[in-house]
Design a protein around this ligand. Structure first.
Ligand SMILES: [Zn+2]
Length: 561
């Protein structure tokens, strides 16, 4: 491709609409155009990258005999297996039918599979599609990582028994590993608790711009999504004397930080009291002052999705002294984090404006209905397996695999008759790769201050030829010749034949990240030109007729790695 004939659009300035490094670079380099919050267009060079990513996914899935389909993304809004998901785009058609833009095509897959499965002999098989999905995202600040219309590879395995599901799952796990390795990504595998699954693992690429938080133990290797990480509570056996409880006027100080200064105690010796509404019933949750409430854990404990933190307004209407809430004389059921068990003579709200209690003790001053692990894992939390310190890292989730079991088959009626004529239900595994997220993660992991550095097998073009002076006949002739030879031998090459200055051209090629660059300049009078790799600081000057072989060798070397 000649650049003068291509829709090429780079920007000099960093876009101020993007907040992650990868989004900034992808927009600046003209691979991606932002249309709206969480809505982006892919331009020609990005399509080449996406095609390369999808090619790798398809090749690896074909190796395990997974077959591709394309299913609709606009469907009737009639299913409710995942009724809790509140980020669905709903659409009304001209006949007033409720439709939706799917965030997963699971329902449509089950419709399809029901057509085939009657006998145990109809199982096993695996299907997948690579298609756009839709999600009414709450958090849009992560640019391309959290798009509202996104490209996803979504696959399902169907087996007649649990053993079969285990085999399918393990195969897919290895396939995902191969795909990510070919994409130059080395994600951390993180256990997670998906509500609809028996067993789930996520593939998280560690990156400072990740939208997920993951926990990794520095000692035993325990990993978990922060939402699901539990932590060990160390209970000291020290005898403590319960001091006299006192009501103290706090002069308007009410935040944990302010109270810690006011009372001259650690934040961990103050109780954080949070009113929650569980299935419309108010309850009081207690945490150490330096901990945060994890609503996901509460949802599992109470087995409901209907949990909310009431607004200040709602609480004031109930006559509650909002910043002074506490457990003493509280009529609500009290649930406390396990860590609270270890606290004595602590500070807590008095339910009276401007006053806090000091030297409060559990049992003597109030009772707790239940202790549970309800806090978000934090930097003070200890590994649940070995009690060591853990690191909290940011990650981009690029894939997830789940054993769903046969519960969804019972719901959707995917049943079969076995060898002895008994009814059974298909065991399902579900597998997702975020294609946009992979593109984003590759750029997050492969860039420098000048721009993107594509791995050779993902790059939109493997080679860029830059001519320093487009009025120089010999330079242009040699560039044309090399461009033709590389392309006709399957090495996709971009020829920057614009009449711009050499500085502009070199900057642009660095920005879009083509892995191999050939610069044809004044040395062409001695039949020489420079070859430079994007990830190396120095180039190499070679005879112009040796350049093709040199590049061919470089690519072969890369492919054999
Ligand atoms: Zn550990």
């Amino acid at each position: 491709m000649k650049l003068s004939e291509s829709f090429f659009l780079t920007r000099r300035e960093n876009p101020n609409t993007e907040f992650t490094e990868a989004s900034k670079l992808l927009v600046k380099s003209g691979l991606v155009l932002r249309n709206d919050n969480g809505i982006y267009s892919y331009l020609p060079m990005a399509i080449k990258v996406l095609n390369n990513i999808q090619k790798i996914i398809r090749e690896e899935l074909t190796k395990i005999h997974s077959e591709e389909v394309i299913l609709p993304t606009l469907i009737r809004d009639k299913y409710d297996y995942e009724s809790t998901f509140d980020e669905v785009f709903h659409v009304i058609d001209r006949n007033n039918n409720s439709m939706k833009l799917v965030h997963t095509s699971f329902e449509v897959f089950t419709d399809l599979v029901r057509q085939k499965v009657n006998s145990y002999k109809d199982l096993h098989f695996t299907l997948y599609q690579i298609n756009n999905k839709y999600r009414d995202e709450k958090r849009l600040e992560y640019g391309l990582v959290r798009k509202r219309e996104f490209l996803e590879c979504e696959g399902y395995s169907f087996d007649s028994d649990e053993g079969g599901l285990d085999v399918s799952y393990d195969k897919m796990f290895l396939t995902f590993k191969n795909i990510f390795s070919r994409l130059s990504l080395s994600p951390m595998v993180v256990r997670t608790n998906d509500n609809d699954a028996i067993f789930s693992e996520e593939f998280q690429v560690i990156s400072p711009n990740g939208d997920n938080k993951v926990v990794k133990c520095s000692n035993c290797g325990y990993t978990s999504n922060i939402e699901d990480a539990s932590s060990k509570v160390v209970i000291s056996r020290k005898e403590v004397v319960n001091k006299q409880r006192q009501l103290v006027k706090t002069d308007g100080y009410k935040t944990i930080k302010e109270l810690s200064k006011f009372f001259n105690v650690f934040e961990s010796n103050i109780i954080k009291s949070v009113i929650i509404k569980v299935d419309d019933i108010y309850k009081l949750a207690l945490l150490r002052g330096n901990a945060e409430l994890n609503i996901n854990k509460l949802m599992k404990i109470y087995n409901t999705q209907n949990i909310e933190i009431p607004s200040v307004n709602d609480l004031e209407k109930l006559g509650i002294a909002v910043d002074y809430i506490g457990p003493v004389n509280c009529a609500m059921e009290i649930i406390a984090d396990n860590e609270v068990k270890t606290m004595n003579n602590f500070i807590c709200g008095s339910n009276k404006k401007n006053y806090y209690y000091k030297n409060v003790n559990i049992g003597r001053d109030f009772r707790i209905s239940r202790y549970e692990d309800i806090k978000l894992f934090n930097e003070n939390s200890l590994c649940p397996l070995c009690k060591s310190k853990c690191n909290i890292l940011s990650g981009i989730e690029i894939g997830q695999i789940n054993k769903l079991g046969n519960k969804p088959s019972k719901y959707y009626g995917i049943s079969y008759t076995d060898e002895i004529n008994q009814k059974g239900y298909a065991e399902i595994g579900s597998y997702y790769i975020g294609v946009d997220r992979c593109l984003n993660a590759i750029v997050e992991n492969n860039h420098d201050e000048k721009g993107i550095i594509w791995p050779i097998n993902i790059a939109p073009y493997k080679v860029a030829i830059v001519v320093s002076n487009m009025n120089h006949d010999k330079m242009c002739q040699e560039a044309e010749k090399l461009h033709k030879k590389l392309n006709s031998n399957g090495i996709e090459t971009l020829y920057d034949d614009r009449k711009d200055s050499i500085g502009v051209k070199l900057n642009d090629m660095d920005l879009i990240g083509i892995p191999i660059r050939v610069t044809i300049g004044n040395q062409i009078d001695e039949n020489m030109a420079e070859v430079k790799l994007r990830n190396k600081s120095e180039g190499k000057t070679l005879k112009i007729d040796k350049i093709y072989d040199y590049i061919d060798e470089l690519i072969k070397e890369y492919n054999n790695k």
